[in-house]
Design a protein around this ligand. Structure first.
Ligand code: IMP
Length: 434
């Protein structure tokens, strides 16, 4: 196995961080390919608690190379803060950290536009993380974005910022009644970032090609999840990047023929942060129980996550759009003690049964879930590491997920520590016939 992509099958926060951290032990290179510091996860090891927003958590392992691909949008100040923090925790970088020359920068005005646009939307707001992600991708597509490589050429950088500010300051002032920016302040701040990040900036596509020709194992780490993908998610309540597996290719400069497998990380129930449709959402004591037991608060914004039953319509969409080859089920232990569990098998809208995700937001917002009921289990599964130790009802629930998605399960996570995992098969070191 040379290249594995790990993606979220739901709306992000599936526990990808822990699964990626576990798999990183057997990888040589770990690559982030989309999103920015809207993502966030915490890794707990015997050395302490580490919080990541941009840098792949694989950096915790000695000798692993960690990469930010061209598809990532980078807030250089935030990135340096993360580098500094990890360094104070004893993590070394050196040649182990590479940033794509082609990755776009998040500028101060992107954050200002993100916040102002959300405020202006009122009830229709998306509930963004306010990190400037959307506006940075807008500039990239509008071909006025400023890239990591531009930081290395201060004169060119300054010229690009100056050109952009003409329109951006007018937009902030006249449309949003907000303050504008001056080129001098931005140039001064970003020039210092350029000097600090210079040693890490390189051509990621070339670096990954070299690693692959040396038969190294590459782990692609998706951020957010399938249903936040700008094309296949619940548009417009999505993020602005390609969170699906295809993004691994366009966001790193590796061709699709080089990808061997795609692992879909799936929470044993469903959560979502921010606005947008959520057919299996529970606004009752069961939803509250999932939120409390699962510590369902966003690691980037601290917002409470909306919780609901597992939805196989969402998962089938994820299997298809990502070409998932296997699943990793996380947070199974959160369901311990529930008398009955429900799995959504279809949606009903105006008398019609939908087995696949409707693309139309109006339809999706009006859908009612069609459930099947499964017996829960009273046993504590926290920290279990062997499949045979699971209660029969939990095994039945898991097998039903495999049946409904048509996708085999490789891993089951039963707690927040690296070791609290049942590994049926390591998808990075073993091939599965497709
Ligand atoms: P943005 O990515 O900040 O533009 O936010 C767009 C939508 O994606 C909002 O609903 C956010 O709450 C959601 N979102 C962005 N990043 C994450 C994440 O890492 N986990 C879960 N939701 C996210």
């Amino acid at each position: 196995m040379a290249a594995l992509v790990v993606v979220g099958s739901q709306w992000g926060d599936e526990g990808k961080g822990k699964i990626v951290d576990l798999l990183a032990k057997d990888a040589d290179v770990i690559v982030r390919y989309q999103g920015g510091s809207n993502a966030g996860h915490t890794v707990i090891t015997n050395k302490g608690t580490f919080i990541f927003h941009l840098i792949p958590s694989g950096i915790l392992y000695r000798g692993k190379v960690c990469v930010l691909g061209n598809g990532v949008v980078i807030d250089p100040g935030g990135l340096i803060g993360e580098l500094d923090h990890l360094q104070t925790q004893g993590i070394t970088f050196g040649k182990r950290f590479v940033i794509s020359h082609r990755a776009h920068l998040i500028m101060p005005y992107h954050k200002a536009i993100d916040k102002a646009a959300e405020q202006a939307k009122g009830a229709r707001r998306i509930g963004t993380t306010g990190r400037g992600i959307g506006p940075a991708y807008v500039d990239k597509m509008a071909r006025i974005g400023i890239r990591m490589g531009d930081l290395l050429n201060p004169d060119l950088f300054r010229q690009k910022v100056q050109e952009n500010l003409v329109e951006i300051n007018a937009f902030l002032k006249h449309i949003h009644n907000a303050d504008g920016f001056t080129v001098d302040l931005i140039a001064k701040e970003y020039e210092a970032y350029g000097e600090r990040l210079r040693p890490y900036i390189a051509d990621v596509s070339v670096a990954l090609d070299r690693a692959m020709s040396k038969k190294q194992r590459i782990l692609f780490e998706g951020a957010q999840g399938t249903h936040l993908d700008v094309d296949f998610g619940t548009y417009p309540f999505v993020t602005s990047s390609s969170a699906c597996a295809g993004g691994a290719c366009t966001g790193s400069g590796v061709g699709p023929t080089k990808i061997d497998a795609v692992l879909g990380v799936t929470k044993a129930y469903t959560t979502r942060v921010g606005g947008g449709p959520f057919v299996t959402e529970l606004q009752d004591e069961i939803g509250q129980m999932l939120m409390t037991r699962g510590h369902e608060y966003g690691s980037t914004t601290g917002r409470a996550r909306r919780c609901g039953w597992l939805d196989s319509v969402l998962l089938r969409h994820a299997v298809r759009t990502n070409g998932l080859t296997s699943l990793a089920i996380t947070k199974l232990d959160v369901l311990d003690g529930a008398k009955e569990l429900k799995i959504c098998t279809g949606y009903r809208y105006q008398g019609k049964l939908y087995k696949e995700m409707p693309a139309d937001l109006e339809v999706l917002q009006g859908c009612e879930p069609v459930y099947e009921r499964w017996a829960g289990w009273a046993t504590d599964t926290t920290g279990l590491r062997a499949y045979k130790a699971l209660p029969m009802a939990a095994k039945r629930y898991l097998r039903r997920i495999e049946e409904l998605t048509g996708c085999p399960m490789d891993m089951i996570s039963t707690g927040s520590k690296r070791e609290d995992t049942i590994v049926l098969r390591n998808p990075l070191t073993t091939s599965r016939k497709r």
